[in-house]
Design a protein around this ligand. Structure first.
Ligand code: UDP
Length: 250
C-alpha cells in the first residue's frame, strides 16, 4: 500500500491518515522490507494542541509517513468536522501489532525512552510475548545529549524499528533531528508505551477502552492528570468553533 494514496482527515491543521490498524501495520511492514526510512506519529488532542502553538512541530507531525489518530478525542473531532477516519488507531496498539508482525520476520527492535530499567523490562516482556522478535538494544529517555542516544543505537548495529518514547514534542523532535544519523528504518513516537509494556503503568480494562472512556479510567487512577484532562473539552470546543466559523475562531 502506498502512503501517497492514503486519504487524510484534517483536524485543526494536523493531517491524519485514514487507515485501519491492519493497513497501518501493513504499510509499516512494506516500508521496513523496502528499507525506506520514515516515522510514525500518534497524535492525541494534546499533541494537536501543541502543533497549533508550534508551527515547526506541526511541520514535523505532518511530514510523518503515518499520522495515526490516537484517542477518542480525535475521532469525535473528525465527526464534528465531517472528516472521514477509519476509527481510532491507538499508538500503543499499533506498537504491539507492529512488534507481532516484526517477530514473524525476525526483525530488530530498539527501545528508547522512559526511566532507567523500564525499556529493558519492556523489551523482555515483548520478546517473551512475540518469539522471533529481536531486541537490538535499549536506552533510557533521560539523556542530556541526543548524540548519546544516536551512538547507543548505532553501536548495537542499528535496528529495523525504534520505539521513541520520550513524550511529545520531545520524541518527534528527536526523530526529525536525528533520524538521518541513525541506522534504523522506521521510528515510532509512542509516549508512555514503554511503561505499559514494562508493566509499570497499566492500561484501562477493555470495557473502558471499548466505551471510549480510557481517559476517565486514567483520571480515576491518577487524579493529578485533571489539568491535562481539561484540555480535552477545550480541544473539542475549538473544533466546534472551527466547524462553525472556520479558522476565524482561533
Ligand atoms: N520521558 C522520557 N524522557 C523525558 C521525559 C519523559 O523518557 O525527558 C518518558 C516518561 O518516562 C514516560 C514517557 O516519556 O515514559 C511520557 O509519558 P506520557 O505519559 O507523558 O506520554 P503520553 O503517553 O501521555 O503521550
Amino acid at each position: 500500500m502506498e502512503e501517497k494514496r492514503l486519504n487524510t482527515a484534517s483536524i485543526l491543521g494536523v493531517h491524519f491518515h485514514a487507515v485501519t490498524m491492519e493497513q497501518a501495520v501493513d504499510l509499516a511492514m512494506s516500508r521496513l522490507r523496502a528499507r525506506q526510512q520514515g516515522y510514525v506519529v500518534t497524535p492525541n488532542p494534546e499533541i494537536v494542541d501543541l502543533c497549533r502553538r508550534d508551527s515547526a512541530f506541526m511541520g514535523i507531525v505532518n511530514h510523518a509517513t503515518l499520522v495515526l489518530p490516537d484517542g477518542i478525542g480525535i475521532i469525535y473531532a473528525a465527526k464534528i468536522l465531517g472528516e472521514t477516519l477509519c476509527g481510532k488507531v491507538a499508538g500503543i496498539e499499533f506498537a504491539e501489532n507492529l512488534a507481532a508482525a516484526m517477530a514473524r520476520e525476525g526483525m530488530r527492535l530498539y527501545l528508547l525512552g522512559a526511566k532507567p530499567g523500564v525499556a529493558e523490562q519492556a523489551g523482555a516482556n515483548l520478546c517473551a510475548k512475540y518469539p522471533g522478535l529481536v531486541l537490538a538494544g535499549t536506552h533510557d529517555g533521560y539523556f542530556t545529549d541526543a548524540q548519546e542516544a544516536v551512538e547507543a543505537i548505532n553501536a548495537c548495529g542499528g535496528a529495523d524499528v525504534v520505539f521513541v518514547c520520550l513524550g511529545a514534542p520531545k520524541q518527534e523532535k528527536f526523530i526529525a533531528d536525528n533520524m538521518e544519523d541513525i541506522h534504523a528504518t522506521l521510528f515510532c513516537g509512542l509516549g508512555g508505551s514503554l511503561d505499559v509494556f514494562a508493566g509499570v503503568a497499566k492500561r484501562a480494562p477493555d470495557i473502558f477502552i471499548k466505551l471510549g472512556l480510557e481517559w476517565f479510567y486514567r483520571l480515576l487512577k491518577q487524579p493529578s492528570r485533571i489539568g491535562r484532562m481539561m484540555k480535552l473539552p477545550l480541544f473539542l470546543l475549538t473544533v466546534i468553533r472551527e466547524r462553525l466559523f472556520g479558522g476565524r475562531g482561533k
